[in-house]
Design a protein around this ligand. Structure first.
Ligand SMILES: *[C@@H]1O[C@H](CO)[C@@H](O)[C@H](O)[C@H]1NC(C)=O
Ligand SMILES: *[C@@H]1O[C@H](CO)[C@@H](O)[C@H](O)[C@H]1NC(C)=O
Ligand SMILES: *[C@@H]1O[C@H](CO)[C@@H](O)[C@H](O)[C@H]1NC(C)=O
Ligand SMILES: *[C@@H]1O[C@H](CO)[C@@H](O)[C@H](O)[C@H]1NC(C)=O
Ligand SMILES: *[C@@H]1O[C@H](CO)[C@@H](O)[C@H](O)[C@H]1NC(C)=O
Ligand SMILES: *[C@@H]1O[C@H](CO)[C@@H](O)[C@H](O)[C@H]1NC(C)=O
Length: 673
């Protein structure tokens, strides 16, 4: 009975009432203004953005203004706390773009931009002192233009998104010497933040921590700054959040605010439920431990014989688990392509760090020698979601395993473990092409070698698109997926797998299947990969090889940042060769270099239908046909503009020329590595 009374009491308390008008409140559904994608759900959960909207913004503000200043103009102390959770888009493992606690003169922010602008500013008012916006950002994307430190940080922003102070997400532990504990903002777990300003000390502190531990004493950020020039007498408080091409769901689970005192902390048992995206991690793994423990416990109280048996059992369990794999009945038909985990384990000496060749598209790649055949292989470990399409995936591996072409890296087979997939490839002694192209002090690839590799890759791609019984779309063409064999031939790797794999380890690759900077505009819009979107990436690849730089290079002059645009502009000025890799000097064949650059532009034409097929590409590269005569820089600039209009109409919140800004935004993510 008393329990029921207690519950009723709690339920009553749940609908919180503000005590002192205008200076203290705990959020409930009342007196809040929402706009954009923001929603308040019935149990008081704020959803600022949802995982289905790209380029969206959402705001939640307390609908009444608060008096922030004393009559003499100094800013009052205030304290606020909130619990948030960010669920990255299920398959992406990257999440965009974050949220911010905001103090603003207005609760309407018209004309603000999504993505890296966090729904707070636009490119005309950013940095403007008349904004009077003070914010604490929880930023999950690295934006170079705003000097972000990484893609997982908290920052204090005043009138701009270039944080005055920022720190990677985490907290200073109180115990054990106060080590710094890292936190992931996009783990999907709730995290709590305190933002407190001491009006007398003129100090703003921000503390982030998981709500299930006591609040750490030392704040993550502590800024000594008088806020009075930035804060007006009456201000609104609330939250802003945005998504970009990368999406996320941003939740606020609880929020309290108090002027001139400490805001209330939360009763964790009363937090609203929110759909936790992630599955419970490996429940079976947890179950196993007690079992083993039980065995050893009982053995301790029993005779020596039993003890020995349990030790043997333990070792066997360990041994078995070490090599445990997943094999289902339907897989038997793919027999020859299936490797045992034990063989791969032995081949790579237990996936030792020193066998690591690199961390590529989907995960670590290890070098190894197969035990019986002594074949040199590269074993790629890919984390995967075993629930989804495993049967189709294995069927596809079997198909890909049957492809044979001198310019493709052969997939020898696979092995499947829980949550992990191992792909076995021919070992390529010289590694990937990007090692030769980028960040080299001296010339490492002559023009002749480059031109040969371009033709090799074209020939491999021609095979995938036109010469195999079914059309295979590569989906992730780029210099780092081109490997060099012992004879300096170029070979295309990783084909067809992009759509199946997690991209957790490589933020450069998105689940759009493809790598940022190589993603055709229509692919970004529709998510549907075609041979034409492969051609777009191939165009970027041609320019990369000829110019010796990445498709987007944030550290160069503005007009050179986007390689395609720069090459187009130089062509317009009749100076296309200026864009060639300076390390080549004069050592190149003018006709070939012009051909590669122009063909690169033609292939990465913004309009999919204007791109040539691989059949034509190979003819152009062999000199069997000239490039289309009506193709020139003007056509490209025109196509570029038309295409950006098209995006602008499908995405009203962004401005004209959004293709450019979209690409920059996305690419800035990738340089965060
Ligand atoms: C909402 O605002 C009204 C006055 O506009 C006030 O009477 C009421 O207490 C407020 N409710 C909450 C939950 O703040
Ligand atoms: C997510 O936001 C978009 C854009 O505002 C909206 O169209 C869509 O209905 C929302 N989806 C859900 C599940 O709320
Ligand atoms: C305003 O008054 C407070 C005391 O209420 C004082 O601490 C502060 O220095 C004053 N500020 C200015 C700008 O005079
Ligand atoms: C930029 O944002 C401000 C504040 O929300 C707004 O007043 C202004 O109209 C916006 N500018 C543009 C060009 O959208
Ligand atoms: C936190 O992350 C950094 C790299 O960002 C790493 O060097 C450090 O070891 C991590 N600390 C803990 C406690 O995991
Ligand atoms: C901010 O942090 C500093 C350093 O831990 C502390 O001395 C100060 O009292 C804190 N101020 C507020 C307003 O929490």
């Amino acid at each position: 009975m008393s329990l029921i009374v207690l519950i009723l009491f709690l339920l009553h308390r749940l609908k919180f009432v503000s005590s002192n008008i205008h200076d203290e409140f705990m959020f409930s559904g009342d007196n809040l203004s929402v706009d954009g994608t923001a929603e308040i759900e019935s149990d008081g959960l704020f959803k600022l953005t949802n995982a289905t909207g790209r380029q969206t913004t959402g705001h939640v503000f307390y609908s009444l203004p608060l008096r922030f200043k004393k009559p003499n103009g100094s800013v009052l102390s205030f304290s606020t706390s909130f619990i948030f959770a960010i669920l990255p888009d299920d398959q992406y493992h990257i999440s965009g773009h974050g949220l911010a606690f905001v103090i603003s003169p207005s609760k309407d922010l018209p004309g603000v931009l999504p993505s890296q602008y966090l729904g707070l500013f636009n490119n005309s008012n950013i940095g403007d002192p008349s904004n009077h916006i003070v914010a604490v950002e929880v930023d999950t994307i690295l934006s170079r233009e705003f000097s972000d430190i990484n893609d997982n940080h908290v920052g204090i922003d005043i009138n701009s998104l270039i944080s005055i102070e920022s720190a990677k997400a985490g907290y200073h532990a109180d115990d054990n010497g106060g080590g710094f504990m890292n936190l992931s903002l996009i783990s999907g777990d709730p995290l709590q933040i305190w933002v407190e300003y001491d009006g007398a000390e003129k100090q703003l502190n921000v503390t982030l921590y998981p709500p299930n531990i006591p609040r750490p004493h030392r704040p993550l950020l502590s800024l000594r700054q008088d806020l009075s020039p930035f804060i007006l007498d009456d201000m609104y408080v609330g939250f802003s959040s945005s998504t970009g091409s990368i999406r996320a769901t941003h939740y606020i689970l609880a929020w309290s605010f108090k002027m001139n005192g400490q805001a209330k902390d939360f009763d964790l048992s009363r937090l609203p439920k929110f759909p936790q995206g992630r599955q419970q991690e490996n429940p079976t793994k947890k179950k196993k431990k007690p079992k083993v423990l039980a065995i050893s416990l009982s053995s301790a109280s029993l005779v020596l014989l039993l003890a020995t048996i349990s030790v043997i059992a333990l070792i066997t369990v360990k041994w078995k688990r070490r090599y445990m794999e997943v094999l289902e009945d339907w897989e038997v038909q793919y027999g020859p392509h299936r490797f045992t985990y034990k063989d791969l384990f032995i081949a790579t000496k237990g996936f030792k760090e020193r066998k690591l060749l690199g961390r590529g598209g989907f995960g670590g790649v290890y070098r190894g020698v197969l035990p019986t055949s002594k074949i040199h292989v590269a074993v790629k470990r890919v984390s995967h979601d075993s629930r989804q399409g495993m049967r189709e995936f294995v069927a596809e591996i079997a198909t890909i395993g049957r492809l044979r072409h001198p310019n493709l890296v052969r997939l020898l087979g696979y092995c499947r473990r829980k949550g992990e997939l191992l792909l076995v490839y021919d070992y390529m002694p010289k590694g990937s092409l990007n090692k030769f192209l980028f960040d080299q002090p001296r010339l490492t690839l002559s023009w002749a070698q480059r031109f040969k590799i371009i033709r090799d890759v074209a020939s491999g791609l021609l095979y995938l698109h036109h010469q195999w019984v079914q059309v295979i779309i590569h989906r992730d063409i780029k210099a780092s997926n081109v490997l060099i064999d012992g004879e300096m031939n170029g070979r295309l790797g990783d084909f067809g797998l992009a759509k199946w794999c997690d991209h957790g380890t490589d933020p450069q690759t998105t689940n759009l299947a493809g790598t940022l900077g190589y993603i055709a505009p229509e692919l970004a819009r529709t998510g549907k990969a075609t041979t034409r979107s492969d051609l777009f990436a191939f165009g970027s690849f041609l320019l990369e090889v000829a110019c010796g730089r990445r498709p987007v290079e944030p550290r160069v002059e503005l007009e050179k940042i986007i390689l395609v645009d720069w090459v187009t502009d130089c062509w317009g000025r009749e100076d296309i060769l200026q864009t060639l890799d300076p390390k080549l000097g004069m050592e190149y064949v003018v006709e070939e270099a012009e051909l590669v650059l122009k063909l690169g532009l033609l292939c990465s034409h913004p309009v999919a239908a204007a791109r040539p097929s691989m059949l034509s590409v190979v003819r152009y590269l062999n000199g069997d046909a000239p490039l289309p005569e009506d193709f020139n820089a003007n056509v490209l600039v025109q196509g570029r503009n038309e295409n950006s209009n098209e995006i602008a109409t499908s995405n009203p919140s962004s401005e004209k020329g959004s293709r450019r800004s979209l690409t920059i935004t996305e690419q800035f993510i990738s340089v965060g590595r």
